[in-house]
Design a protein around this ligand. Structure first.
Ligand SMILES: [Zn+2]
Length: 126
């Protein structure tokens, strides 16, 4: 399952961030939220990703973490008519130019999968 590998990589990044904070002498109690940027062309099923994450993160500091997801619209450049901008994926395989219906597109955005940041709660905060 594709989503499980994304969930694992998110968990590993978060646990690494938590370790870094510990090395700085802080005491993270909980990772409460994460902000993600997800391109619509990644075709990641976020519900499945969240479910997989809940399972693998159950015994970690990330248990119960909330996902905030910002979806990024696909951006293309059409090689036939020169159109640049948003497209709406019509099916799982392809996107088409909204002006000329060409499939000769250069994908310029929409495949992102970025962790923008995560919100940690600390024991040492007033
Ligand atoms: Zn076009």
């Amino acid at each position: 399952m594709h989503e499980l590998s994304y969930a694992t990589s998110i968990l590993n990044s978060l646990l690494e961030a938590v370790e870094n904070q510990k090395e700085l002498g802080r005491k993270p109690l909980k990772v409460s939220e994460i902000n993600l940027e997800v391109g619509e062309l990644t075709l990641i099923q976020m519900e499945q990703l969240k479910f997989a994450f809940e399972v693998i993160a159950e015994d970690t500091i990330c248990n119960g973490m909330k996902f905030n997801i910002e979806y990024i619209k696909p951006q293309v450049q059409c090689k036939d008519c020169g159109y640049e901008g948003d497209v709406v994926p019509k099916d799982e395989i392809g996107v088409y130019c909204p002006k000329c219906n060409s499939m000769h597109l250069k994908i310029k955005g929409g495949k992102e999968f970025n962790i923008k940041n995560a919100i940690l709660e600390f024991d040492d905060e007033e």
